[in-house]
Design a protein around this ligand. Structure first.
Ligand code: PGA
Length: 296
């Protein structure tokens, strides 16, 4: 079961669920139906205790259940996929709570080796065996604080796919790179290096999250038009690496200080297929509102 919150919200507000809104780069019916919206909550190193994590999971699930019911897994049209990324120790218990509501759980990161003497690391097989379906790869905090190189990220993406899970590949420019006006070059470089050797068939399981580093945790949301331009550009990179089909089918999320106030505008854009949410996902009500974004 997957959530169909957007559809139901639109129905509740009396609006047509997929009213065509084609002007100014807004999403068309065909585009929306082609790419299932995906909202992900990255809890990072929060909350600090298991009790608090389970409270958050329970609170969020209860709100979603109140909002509406679910739709069938194969009924992609109109469904919003929801994924939570709790810290490793909480994954199983959080999954027990949220799984019943159709919410998927993922791992914030894995190491690219299969097993062995890698103290403190977690293998793809481990998170797969406890039910994770997604893995975040290349998050900017892993890149900057834990020295994740593009080569390592590429290995992690491939390991995630090898174990039948779906990577959410995070890319995006730093403030310095933004100031130098090289956002597109940085994104193109990261996409080509991080997806090197990933086949066209495997791309069906890859999600990309465009996250300007300067927008993460800062309260500065990238302007929705500017973000949409980058998303479109990422599709041209994918078209060159693969083909138009992959470019149009790949889901690209926006991440960086997404809030209930900014989500509707972002999701109205033609090439933004969901959001990767940090801070606001730690508040059940805020994340429930984000998941339940309104169609503009
Ligand atoms: P933020 O984090 O929403 O707190 O900016 C986003 C992210 O790091 O993925």
């Amino acid at each position: 079961m997957k959530l169909s919150l957007a559809l139901l919200a639109a129905a509740a507000s009396g609006a047509a669920a997929f009213a065509p809104v084609n002007t100014n780069g807004l999403r068309s019916v065909t585009e929306l139906n082609a790419r299932q919206p995906i909202m992900a909550g990255n809890w990072k190193m929060n909350p600090t205790t298991e009790a608090d994590a389970l409270n958050l999971a329970n609170g969020f699930t209860a709100l979603l259940n109140e909002m509406e019911d679910t739709c069938a897994m194969d009924e992609v049209e109109g469904c919003t996929e929801v994924v939570l990324f709790p810290p490793f120790p909480f994954i199983s218990k959080v999954m027990d709570i949220v799984g019943k509501a159709g919410i998927t759980v993922g791992a914030q990161q894995v190491y690219y080796q299969d097993k062995g003497a890698f103290t403190g690391s977690v293998a793809a097989s481990m998170v797969k065996s406890v039910g994770c379906e997604y893995v975040l790869c290349g998050h900017s905090e892993r890149r900057s604080l834990f020295s994740d190189s593009d080569a390592n990220i590429n290995a992690k993406v491939k390991k995630t796919l090898e174990f039948g899970m779906k990577p959410i590949l995070c890319i995006g420019e730093t403030q310095e790179e933004y100031d130098l006006d090289i956002t597109k070059e940085v994104c193109a470089m990261q996409v080509s290096k991080d997806l090197a050797g990933v086949s066209k068939e495997e791309m069906a399981d890859v999600v990309i999250a465009y996250e300007p580093v300067w927008a993460i945790g800062t309260g500065l949301v990238c302007d929705s038009d500017a973000s949409n331009e980058v998303h479109k550009y990422i599709r041209t990179v994918l078209a060159k690496m693969y083909d138009d089909e992959v470019a149009q089918a790949t889901r690209i999320q926006y991440g960086g200080s997404v809030t209930p106030e900014s989500v509707d505008q972002l999701m109205a854009k033609s090439d933004i297929d969901g959001c990767l949410v940090g801070g606001a996902s730690l508040f059940a009500d805020k994340f429930a509102r984000i998941v339940n974004f309104e169609k503009l």
